[in-house]
Design a binder for this molecule. Structure first.
Ligand code: NAD
Ligand code: DAU
Length: 342
């Protein structure tokens, strides 16, 4: 099969590219990525050596470009990771979130309609459900929980989800959606909580915890998210939404303290800073549907996953130090354009 993976130079998309190349070596992966600040071609260096992998630089919202790629590649499956993904950036500047996350999704689905497709899979988020109160640990997000967003980011993802379901109902486009909780693991961009805290703790810099640090996230090791998407896009029912998460709830403060303890750094590095506007209190997924229908369960417990993640950041310092120094932004130009490879 030919599979277009959009956003494959980002955190989860890149982990998914490697997951697919290993699990389904018979399939061909075409990665379409605009290489925004969050896309890093260095991450895909190993994949580039595989003859069943192709990287294409382009914007999912660029209709002519996307149509030409579909005409050339005839994809069987399109899985859409490409997005502006950082809540704090969406509070600073919402516009690009609407353009990429909603309009980009529309362009991809129009291309699917025009050229034919077996499956369009949308990678969505539990943030579309809003948040849960801290004093009701009995409550979880199910697929029936109403959409109730808080940030421009989550609103743009919810808008895209509604459009995907509308294309199923109106045009019979074979779609599916996964809504996942917070991921962590290798190649996580160091603006997000876990890699930000690891990199700052290693430099003995203050760790900025929003508010009181009592907000709760349901952490999922990225490989477990990849296995869920792989199952849903191949075997999940068309027109359905599947929640993905694994009962690994932690407060932000617990996460930060775990990182400090593992790195042997003092808790005095923790600095409480002004809270994020509209900050969601608690996310918690009920994964019953994907478990009962498809047999999916997460394999990695938080305590093991966080250890592996910290070790990865220690062993791959140059990857995140390049990002922090901005060097990676010259990487595509230097390694591909200047050498006539793209
Ligand atoms: P990321 O920010 O690390 O990567 C996004 C990738 O998309 C980058 O490579 C970027 O260059 C690319 N991109 C952005 N705009 C593009 C455009 N217009 N055209 C083509 N490519 C473009 O994001 P991530 O954390 O890997 O998240 C991937 C997807 O998973 C997103 O859709 C996000 O909403 C969703 N998600 C993320 C999490 C999480 O915890 N990170 C959890 C649930 C769902
Ligand atoms: O739940 C899924 C979502 O998880 C995805 O849809 C998003 O793309 C992804 O970015 C993530 O969103 P969050 O806002 O939960 O992730 P972030 O890493 O930005 O923040 C996690 C928690 O840590 C949140 O409660 C805010 C807090 N935080 C974050 C940063 C960056 C801090 O306290 N300090 C910080 O500096």
């Amino acid at each position: 099969m030919n599979i277009i993976v959009t956003g494959g130079a980002g955190f989860i998309g890149a982990n998914f590219v490697y997951y697919e190349l290993e699990k389904h070596p018979e399939d061909r992966i075409i990665c379409l990525d605009a290489l925004t600040y969050a896309g890093n071609l260095e991450t895909l260096e190993e994949a580039m050596k595989n003859p069943n992998f192709r990287f294409v630089k382009g914007d999912i919202a660029d209709r002519d470009f996307v149509y030409n790629l579909f005409k050339e590649e005839h994809p069987d499956i399109v899985v859409n990771f490409a997005a502006e993904s950082h809540v704090d950036r969406s509070i600073e500047n919402p516009e690009i979130f609407l353009k990429t996350n909603i309009m980009g999704t529309q362009v991809l689905m129009d291309a699917c309609r025009k050229y034919g497709i077996k499956r369009y899979h949308q990678v969505s988020t539990d943030e579309v459900y809003g948040d849960l109160p801290l004093d009701r640990p009995d409550l979880f997000f199910t697929e029936e929980t109403p959409i109730h967003t808080s940030s421009p980011y989550s609103s743009s993802k919810a808008g895209a989800d509604l459009l995907v379901l509308a294309y199923y109902r109106t045009f019979k486009l074979p779609v599916s959606i996964t809504r996942c909780s917070n991921n962590y693991g290798p190649y996580h961009f160091p603006e997000k909580l876990i890699p930000l805290m690891i990199s700052r703790a290693l430099a003995d810099e203050p760790l900025p915890v929003y508010g009181k640090g009592e907000n709760v996230r349901d952490w999922l090791y990225v490989k477990d998210h990849c296995s869920a998407i792989d199952l849903v896009m191949r075997k999940g029912r068309v027109g359905e939404v599947y929640n993905v998460g694994g009962h690994n709830e932690r407060t932000n403060l617990e996460v930060v303290k775990t990182i400090l303890a593992q790195l042997g750094k003092p808790e005095s590095l923790i600095t409480y800073v002004t809270d994020r506007p509209g900050h969601d209190m608690r996310y918690a997924i009920d994964p019953t549907k994907i478990h009962t229908e498809l047999g999916w369960l997460p394999e990695t417990k938080f305590d093991d996953g966080i250890k592996a993640t910290i070790e990865w950041y220690l062993e791959n310092e140059s990857w995140w130090k390049n990002i922090l120094s901005g060097d990676y932004q010259n990487y595509f130009q230097k390694m591909y354009v200047d050498k006539g490879r793209a």
